[in-house]
Design a protein around this ligand. Structure first.
Ligand SMILES: NC(=O)C1=CN([C@@H]2O[C@H](COP(=O)(O)OP(=O)(O)OC[C@H]3O[C@@H](n4cnc5c(N)ncnc54)[C@H](OP(=O)(O)O)[C@@H]3O)[C@@H](O)[C@H]2O)C=CC1
Ligand SMILES: C[C@H]1O[C@H](OP(=O)(O)OP(=O)(O)OC[C@H]2O[C@@H](n3cnc4c(=O)[nH]c(N)nc43)[C@H](O)[C@@H]2O)[C@@H](O)[C@@H](O)C1=O
Length: 314
């Protein structure tokens, strides 16, 4: 991509979108186009098309989405499927109408079957039933992949798809109901230490495995794919390392300095038992993650202390 290319980062204020903006700016890209959802609701077809006609971006990163943890997904299935389908349909079709050169859609490794063989390869897609707690969201993301592939096939577009595993980092959503597990743990353990609480409540059994990758790695991988990948198949972005939710809780407690106990709330869902991504495709393309979970937890907690304290974004 030319350093002066017009690049639209949809969702630029979010966890991933803000990291993509940081990464592009650090790489010298100086013509970034951004809009908040208040300025441009990408669920609105007319407004989205008018924006693309006027701004005519040459490259598009779709990091705008309705996103949340397991309870948010399970509580608002209609919003998760509607918002994500509308955003994707409008941005992908408007990109085609306005001649965008290349587009990258961000999906998630939740698109794969609940019990896919581990680690999960990209070709496991649609080979089995999905995890019920986030099926609407996963269906929307799968539809986005199929749209990109269909537009590439019929119209000769260059729309690629990246599937990150669970990600975390600065500017995450720390709301205790709608967030993902890692930011929720940072806040829970921080507040428990501050208040002298005896225990921290962990949702579910603590036995599911999850893989985590730092959002700066995801942003760098997204730029790497935009610059180097022309394939139609989705590409997993991950660390290739997993741990149990209990082990994650123990690591966050150590980083925060919380000495109390863990209590497990069996009324909350565990979700999929494992979702370790096979990252050999992106490794073969020439990209690997850099930030270890230990480094990432420490830097994210430091960011939390400087920026969030008791506040939340979500
Ligand atoms: N977080 C995670 O663990 C994972 C995320 N992903 C994927 O990464 C992508 C980004 O997720 P993440 O950064 O975590 O999400 P965030 O919730 O942090 O950010 C989402 C962004 O989307 C924007 N947005 C939401 N609705 C609209 C709308 N109707 N019109 C315009 N903009 C809208 C918001 O804009 P505004 O702030 O202006 O309202 C917000 O900045 C998603 O595709 C998600 O599937 C994949 C795997 C894991
Ligand atoms: C990225 C991915 O993220 C989501 O899938 P998920 O990984 O299941 O989501 P999660 O991070 O919320 O939970 C992971 C595990 O952690 C346990 N858990 C314990 N205690 C807390 C807790 O306090 N908060 C949360 N959120 N989870 C907790 C929780 O019970 C579960 O077993 C979907 O958006 C999906 O669509 C998707 O793409």
């Amino acid at each position: 991509m030319d350093k002066g290319a017009r690049i639209f980062v949809a969702g630029h204020r979010g966890l991933v979108g803000s990291a993509i903006v940081r990464t592009l700016q650090a790489a010298g890209y100086r013509n970034l186009i951004t809009r908040t959802s208040a300025e441009l609701d990408l669920r609105e077809q007319g407004a989205t098309r008018a924006f693309f006609e006027k701004e005519r971006p040459e490259y598009v990163f779709i990091a705008a989405a309705k996103v949340g943890g397991i309870v948010a997904n399970n509580s608002y299935p209609a919003e998760f499927i509607y918002d994500n389908l509308m955003i994707q349909n409008n941005v992908i079709h408007a990109s085609y109408l306005s001649g965008v050169q290349k587009l990258l859609l961000l999906g998630s490794t939740c698109i794969y079957p609940k019990l896919a063989p581990q680690p999960i390869r990209e070709d496991a897609l649609l080979t089995g039933p999905l995890e019920p707690t986030n099926e609407p969201y996963a269906i929307a993301k799968i539809a986005g992949i199929k749209m990109c592939q269909s537009y590439n096939r019929q119209y000769g577009t260059r729309y690629i798809c990246a599937m990150p595993t669970n990600l975390y980092g600065p500017n995450d959503n720390f709301d205790l109901t709608t967030s993902h597990v890692l930011p929720a743990f940072i806040r829970k353990f921080h507040e428990a230490k501050a208040s002298g609480a005896e225990n921290v409540v962990i949702w579910g059994s603590g036995t599911p495995y999850r893989e985590f990758v730092h959002v700066d790695d995801v942003a760098e991988a997204s730029l790497f794919l935009m610059e180097n990948y022309e394939g139609w198949e989705p590409v997993n972005i991950g660390s290739g390392e997993e741990l149990t939710i209990r082990a994650l809780a123990e690591q966050v407690a150590a980083v925060v300095g919380f000495k109390g106990g863990l209590v497990f709330d069996a009324s909350k869902p565990d979700g999929t038992p494992r979702k370790l991504s096979d990252v050999s495709r992106i490794h073969e393309l020439g990209w690997r993650h850099r930030i270890t979970l230990e480094e990432g937890l420490n830097s994210t907690y430091a960011w939390y202390l400087e920026n969030q304290g008791g506040g939340v974004r979500g």
